[in-house]
Design a protein around this ligand. Structure first.
Ligand SMILES: C[S@@+](CC[C@H](N)C(=O)[O-])C[C@H]1O[C@@H](n2cnc3c(N)ncnc32)[C@H](O)[C@@H]1O
Length: 279
């Protein structure tokens, strides 16, 4: 992969909304400019600017007031941004990286659940795996483990390089291949996880959920964290891509499953927290 750097495109409902409102403001300014400009009701103009500022400021504010990422996570993020994703033909892109706020949320969840055994399904360049490994190391020292599943060999190799340069990187055990094969192998070996982060192919989410619950890979009091459950707003805007349709279907499967209870958090592209119920 050659080195290049592009600005990430908006991929969360909030970022898409902020970009859209920004565009409306720019077009209003353009329409009102010059002697023949169209006069807009000033109250309406100021209402639109207020909405645009509200949307644009939320992500920077939450990031600024959350604990900063470690130098190792920052380096991994910068390394990911410097890759030429468009030119490598893998279909992977820098926008897949979860990033500071979600990484900090995952670290917090590892701490509050006191998770020692963590499973990640969909690692990409390793940001979320490394964030959880940093927390697992604090919770359980050398007994803490993050098992990370990734199908793409090149991206797994890039992640491994970053892990080797990171203080908590040796807590991560990378499994390259289709995640479902890895899940079956782990289940056959009797593995149990206190926390599972699901962030791989969206069309596979419902099957991963079944595998986690049916095999007992998700421990009885374990926490399942599912990413992208708002999928850029597609489940409710009707502009559904195959990923949007898969997420809408998955969300319904989860809502209908009596074995679990869940809460959908509007963090980044949607993060759903799931736990087994007593039944
Ligand atoms: C959204 S990215 C993961 C982002 C990562 N969790 C993070 O926070 O930076 C999804 C990843 O899942 C991987 N993936 C897709 N299908 C997979 C499969 N069947 N098995 C394992 N990994 C898969 C992709 O190659 C991609 O790297």
């Amino acid at each position: 992969m050659t080195t290049t750097r592009t600005t990430p495109r908006p991929v969360t409902p909030l970022a898409i909304l902020a970009a859209s409102l920004d565009d409306v403001v720019a077009r209003l300014d353009e329409a009102g400019a010059g002697p023949d400009g169209v006069a807009l009701d000033p109250a309406l103009g100021s209402e639109i600017r207020r909405a645009a500022a509200l949307a644009a400021g939320l992500d920077p504010y939450t990031a600024a007031l959350s604990t900063p990422e470690s130098p190792a996570l920052r380096a991994l993020s910068e390394r990911t941004a410097a890759e030429d994703w468009a030119g490598d033909g893998s279909g992977l892109e820098q926008e897949m990286l979860s990033g500071h706020l979600e990484g900090q949320l995952l670290k917090m969840l590892v701490h509050v659940t006191r998770a020692r055994q963590v499973l990640e399904i969909g690692m990409f360049t390793g940001y979320s795996a490394l964030a959880m490994a940093e927390a697992v190391q604090e919770v359980a020292g050398e007994e803490g483990v993050v098992v990370a599943c990734e199908i793409d060999e090149r991206v797994a190799a890039l992640a491994q390089e970053c892990f080797e340069a990171s203080p908590a990187g040796d807590r991560i055990d990378v499994h390259v291949g289709p995640a479902m094969d890895t899940l079956h192998a782990l289940a056959d070996a009797g593995a149990r996880f206190d926390l599972v982060f699901l962030d791989a192919d969206k069309a596979g989410y419902a099957d991963y959920l079944r595998a986690l619950l049916d095999t007992g890979l998700l421990a009885r009091r374990g926490l399942l964290v599912v990413d992208n459950t708002l999928m850029q707003g597609q489940p409710w805007t009707g502009e559904a891509t195959p990923n949007g349709e898969a997420i809408a279907a998955f969300n319904q499967v989860l809502a209908d499953d009596p074995r679990v209870e869940q809460v959908v958090l509007p963090v980044r592209d949607g993060v759903t927290l799931v736990r087994r119920t007593a039944g």
